[in-house]
Design a protein around this ligand. Structure first.
Ligand code: DC
Length: 228
């Protein structure tokens, strides 16, 4: 059988990243965090004083950047060259900058190519906004996650606190709504559910519930493909 790709797309804070990482850990598969790739480009632009409007310079960064992941049990590290930027890419400054950067067509093209290359030879859980619609349209299993905005804000708040990043819940809620609206209405690869994706509403689910649900779906899909 061809290598198995699972796509998980959805709104910010719906639980995508944690669920994708933990499910991949359980199966011994690779977790591909594509949001982190856009964030890494945004971070480099911030460091170099490049504005999102300067498309040519942002594209240059996207082309040159060397992003890698270290998925160790229970931890997920994002590296630019050999520098661990896992915490820095989560700061509000990067979060603010990342949406306009993710709307640059050429930047998407460059990062999509890198994403397909990473997923080429391994079983993968690929998480982002356009995994099921654009990057891996033939994925064997597609999931779209969403949750009530208050629940999502609370989760993001706890996540930032855990990273030691100062946060206020009202500001997080506003930023989440703004980012979802922007990501869903942007011109290039907007956030939307693929027609053949299964909707998972995580409002009343714990992380453990979500992981159990995802792993069960993957196992069911594997069995049904083997029986074909
Ligand atoms: O999942 P995240 O919050 O780390 O994503 C950061 C930003 O990157 C978010 O505003 C949407 C964008 N993104 C995207 O456009 N396409 C992806 N495949 C992943 C993320």
């Amino acid at each position: 059988m061809e290598r198995f790709i699972v796509t998980i797309d959805g709104t910010s804070g719906s639980g995508k990243s944690t669920t994708a990482k933990k499910s991949a850990d359980r199966l011994g598969w690779f977790y591909l965090n594509t949001g982190a790739m856009y964030r890494a480009v945004a971070l480099m632009c911030l460091r170099k004083g490049i504005l999102p409007e300067d498309h040519q310079m942002v594209e240059k960064i996207a082309r040159k950047i060397n992003i890698s992941f270290q998925n160790v049990k229970d931890t997920h590290h994002v590296l630019i060259d050999n520098e661990d930027v896992s915490v820095e890419i989560k700061t509000p400054e990067v979060t603010k900058m990342v949406s306009p950067i993710a709307n640059i067509k050429e930047v998407r093209k460059i990062l999509v190519e890198k994403q397909r290359k990473i997923a080429n030879n391994q079983e993968c859980i690929c998480e982002g906004r356009d995994m099921g619609t654009v990057v891996f349209p033939d994925a064997q299993l597609k999931i779209f996650m969403d949750a009530d905005v208050d629940v999502r804000s609370e989760r993001r708040y706890k996540e930032l606190k855990a990273f030691g990043i100062p946060a206020e819940i009202d500001k997080i809620r506003d930023a989440l709504l703004k980012r979802d609206a922007y990501d869903s209405t942007r011109k290039n690869s907007p956030l939307k559910k693929a027609k053949d994706a299964i909707l998972l509403n995580t409002t009343n689910m714990s992380i453990e519930d979500e992981v159990n649900w995802v792993v069960k779906k993957i196992q069911e899909t594997l069995v049904s493909l083997q029986n074909k």
